[in-house]
Structures are given as C-alpha cells and as structure tokens.
Write a protein that binds this ligand. Structure first.
Ligand code: PRT
Ligand code: ZN
Length: 290
C-alpha cells in the first residue's frame, strides 16, 4: 500500500439533466471510464487521475470558483448568469440552445425598445439585465425559477426570456421568439491558479477532448483513381498534410487516402466523382491527434 495519495483533478458534472449524458459520453470517448450508478455523488475514474462530483448544474460555477472542484462542465448560459468570474476553456459541442425573449403570439413587436417599462419573466436576471442595459432599455425584470413560459398567460409578465432549443415549448404556450440574447453550448470551465500538477492533468484532458472533437468533425476518405487524374483529385482533397497515394495492383490505377471536414463532405464527393474518382469509401474517425 502506498502512503502517497495520487494527485487528482476534481471535475464537477451535472448529476441528471440535459448535460449529464453528453458529459459522460464525452469522457468515455476520451478513454476515461467511471461508474456513476445508484445516484452516486462522487466517484473516481478508473484509468485517469480524475475525481468526479455529480451536482446541480447551477451550483457548478460556484464550486469551481471556490476551489471545491477544479474544473466543471456547464452550459454557457449558466456560466454567464453566475456572479463570480470563471474561465471557459473549451467549447464541447453539445447542449446547444439559445436564451431568447418571447412575446405572446398575437402581440405586435417592432424591436427591443418595445420592452421599455414592460415586465419580463426569466431565470436569467443577470444576463437579461446586461442585455437590456446594453440596448439602453429600462425593462422590469421578474426573476422566477421555473415554468417561465406560463408567466404571460397567468398575467405575471408581458414577455419571457428563457432557453429554447426546438421552440416547441414556446409554441405550445402561445409565445413567439423575437430576440436572441445569447447562444449557448456546454463548456469546460476551470478555476484560476491551478497548481502545476493539476494543470498538467487538465492539459491531458483538454488534449483528449480536442482529439475527440476533431475526429467527430472529420471523415477519412479512400478512393480509386486513374493515375492521370491524381493531380486534379489531390487538388480537391486538402488532407492533414497531403493525401497518401498508393499504387493499386491494376496497372495505371492508384488509391488515394485523406481526411476531409464533415461539413464539406458532399461537395468534395461530388467534385471527386466529376474528376474521375471511383469506389469512394468514407469512414468515421475515432481519435484525431494533431
Ligand atoms: O437539476 P439541474 O439544476 O442540474 O438541471 P436544470 O433543470 O437546471 O437544467 P437542464 O438539465 O434542463 O438543462 C441543463 C442545460 O442544458 C442548460 O443550462 C442549457 O445549457 C442546456 N439546454 C439545452 C437546455 C435546453 N437545451 C432546453 N431546451 N436547457 C433547458 N431547456 C429547456 C428550456 O428551459 C425550456 O423549458 O427546454 C425547454 C425548451 O425546449 P424546446 O425544445 O421546447 O425549445
Ligand atoms: Zn439547474
């Protein structure tokens, strides 16, 4: 038995809710395994120096700011509302939504100055207060903690400011989205002034997260082409450095391998076909180390 405790980075995750599965999935893709069964509040990763706390998302910025946790995963919306300044160090690409102002569907709306003197219900008084201040509008902000969308129909407010993803909650409550206050996604936050050992663990974690996210936004592509078309085809494929070109058994033919961005995928494939590529295969990538 060792007398020395291994130094671990303390990570705060949402215990249950919209970010819980995305956070766990991301860590698993990073090769970090842990069990969070049976409503555990704390666990340790099996193969990475990480101690994990499961908390309410609203509490995570404070835990990190106060040093109870070193890092955490929260929505940018929660971070923006938190009173203490904390740094978001990496966007994580899930939990996307927007914080929007909505008015009753039948209400006329001509611009943000319409909110002058109006009552707006929200769980985001700080973010909304800054938004109105920067627009030079003096609105009356009513902070409520849940079911914001029913406030206009019960006469509590003239408008609401709440998170939206598909828009169906607003729609089914007779509301219409008129202004986007902020866009949001899950981010990794970290407390300031980590000691060198924990900083090194965090660097490793961020490196893995970046490899996973680069992999998910890229595809590996293989294709066959007549030798005479190789230059034209290479010009279409940027690749990580330059594409790999391998001779095929059939004389006069080569196989070309490269990496392409997912967003360019269909356009690149169309151009490759026009340039004479055949037998195009596109594979997903597990990790991409740059
Ligand atoms: O219990 P705990 O406090 O931890 O969780 P919570 O209930 O406060 O938060 P939770 O799990 O609902 O959301 C966690 C985070 O997910 C938020 O802080 C956002 O960063 C992100 N997120 C992404 C969303 C949504 N999409 C979302 N659609 N959070 C909430 N919603 C709600 C919204 O408030 C509204 O009630 O979903 C409804 C609108 O959805 P649509 O699809 O009908 O537009
Ligand atoms: Zn919450």
């Amino acid at each position: 038995m060792s007398f020395f405790r291994v130094m671990k980075l303390k990570l705060a995750l949402q215990r249950s809710g919209r970010l819980a599965s995305g956070s766990t999935e991301l860590l698993h893709k990073c090769g970090i395994r842990f069990s969070n069964g049976m409503g555990k509040l704390r666990t340790e990763a099996v193969d990475f120096p990480l101690e994990i706390f499961f908390l309410r998302d609203d509490d995570i910025p404070d835990y990190v700011a106060d040093g109870v946790a070193d890092v955490g995963i929260v929505g940018e919306n929660v971070l923006a509302e938190a009173p203490k300044p904390i740094d978001a160090i990496e966007k994580l690409g899930f939990g996307r939504c927007r914080l929007s102002i909505a008015v009753p569907r039948a209400a006329e709306y001509s611009g943000v100055s319409d909110f002058e003197g109006k009552r707006v219900a929200t769980s985001y008084p700080n973010v909304l207060g800054r938004y109105f201040a920067s627009s030079g509008v003096a609105a009356d902000i009513h902070e409520i903690s849940g079911s914001v969308e029913i406030a206009p129909s019960i006469g509590l407010a003239d408008a609401v400011c709440d998170l939206v993803s598909s828009g169906s909650t607003l729609f089914s409550n007779g509301l219409r989205e008129v202004e986007t206050v902020m866009e949001s996604e899950a981010v990794l936050i970290a407390r300031r002034a980590l000691d060198a050992e924990r900083e090194a663990i965090l660097d490793k974690l961020v490196f893995r997260i970046r490899s996973v996210s680069a992999a998910s936004s890229n595809r590996y592509i293989l294709l066959n082409a007549p030798e005479g078309k190789v230059n034209e085809i290479i010009a279409i494929l940027p690749g990580m450095k330059s594409p790999t070109v391998v001779q095929l058994a059939e004389p006069g033919w080569v196989s070309v391998h490269s990496v392409i961005a997912e967003q360019d995928f269909w356009e690149v494939v169309d151009n490759l076909k026009m340039a004479g590529a055949e037998g195009i295969l596109v594979l997903s990538i597990d990790q991409m180390i740059r």
